[in-house]
Design a protein around this ligand. Structure first.
Ligand code: VTB
Ligand code: MG
Ligand code: MG
Length: 332
């Protein structure tokens, strides 16, 4: 029985919208890629935001931004609470990072992407823009194999044991930041390898779901909470385990989180807490990376690569697209 007969009208629409989201991230990626290597993070980010917002507003959705470019008074566009779409169609949550890795784009370094998620209304954690402790592994491990309250050594050893390999054959992905000095030292003590990235832990978490391709078994460390929700959306579609704990180390952050509905500041969120309903996640490469090829500009054609996940069917699609007739469409 096809899922069109098994699901509610909103999910059927979501099924049709899945590929629409590809256009959204494709056009944001192309817009940002036009400024690749120009050393101007803000301009590249703004170009991606403009393109993503324009495309989202053309969709038959009644969308609300739950993860975006900031609070209403901080961000002129794609702010938290902004309504998107033409108002028809399903009520959906929208989470966006139009340019995840602005520095990577501005310096034409590997791994910047345009990424977004669309979920049933009210099912994405409206994460405040604070840091989050994150840990993640891909599918195929026993439930609860890793835990934020275990030490890095315990987590690495658990993954190695489950994989049946020595810890020296495990690779952890960590953001290269001073706040991770102790974490890195602890991982080194296990003999495990560490893949340090300068930015981009949405892709960094997703890497754990494809260790054969990326060589990454586990993600550990502190990154932004909104990026954690986006990554959880992808893991919800492909399996994988993740825990996140918000870092609310000031009263201002606790107040801001409370305003967004966070009642327990110490709560550990699982994938299903971060992303509670059916979700579609799309990401298009801006610069070349281990997850996606970056945008390529030909003489009269633009090449993009997008990965799009749909949780209801567990489908993952990679879409290599060639864009011509540039005069007709404002392609970012
Ligand atoms: C993190 C990470 C993101 O920016 O938020 C990082 O989650 C910023 O970290 O993927 P710092 O505040 O330590 O610079 C990204 O790398 C890109 O948005
Ligand atoms: Mg980001
Ligand atoms: Mg961004």
């Amino acid at each position: 029985m096809s899922d069109a007969t098994k699901t509610s009208p909103s999910l059927v629409i979501e099924r049709m919208l899945t590929l629409e989201l590809v256009r959204v991230t494709e056009r944001a990626a192309v817009a940002a890629a036009r400024l690749r290597g120009q050393g101007n993070e803000k301009a590249a980010d703004q170009a991606a935001v403009d393109a993503m917002r324009r495309e989202l507003n053309s969709l038959p959705i009644d969308g609300t931004v739950v993860i975006g470019e900031g609070e209403r008074d901080e961000a002129p566009m794609l702010f938290i609470g902004e309504r998107l779409g033409n108002g028809s169609g399903p009520k959906v949550d929208i989470a966006v990072d139009p340019l995840e890795g602005t520095t990577l784009c501005a310096k034409d370094m590997p791994g910047s992407i345009a990424v977004m998620a669309m979920a049933e209304g009210g099912t994405l954690l409206a994460a405040p823009d604070v840091y989050m402790h994150k840990i993640a592994v891909g599918p195929g491990y026993p439930a609860g194999i890793v835990h934020l309250d275990a030490t890095p050594e315990e987590n690495i050893q658990a993954v190695a044991k489950a994989k049946g390999v020595p810890t020296s054959e495990i690779t952890a992905l960590v953001l290269d930041r001073p706040r991770h000095t102790d974490l890195i030292a602890a991982i080194r003590r296990t003999g495990a390898g560490i893949r340090l990235i300068s930015d981009g832990d949405v892709a960094g978490v997703i890497f754990t779901s494809m260790p054969e391709e990326t060589g990454v078994d586990i993600y550990l460390g502190i990154g932004a909470a909104p990026e954690g929700v986006l990554a959880a959306g992808a893991l919800r579609c492909i399996g994988g385990q993740m825990q996140g704990r918000l870092i609310l180390d000031t009263q201002e952050k606790r107040d801001r989180a409370a305003k967004m509905g966070v009642t327990d500041p110490d709560r550990i969120y699982s994938v299903d807490d971060l992303c509670r309903g059916d979700v579609v996640v799309a990401a298009t490469g801006v610069t070349d990376g281990a997850l996606l090829k970056g945008v390529r500009f030909g003489r009269d054609v633009i090449h993009t690569e997008t990965i799009v996940y749909r949780s209801y069917t567990g489908t993952v699609r990679r879409i290599q697209a060639e864009h011509r007739n540039l005069g007709k469409f404002k392609l970012g």
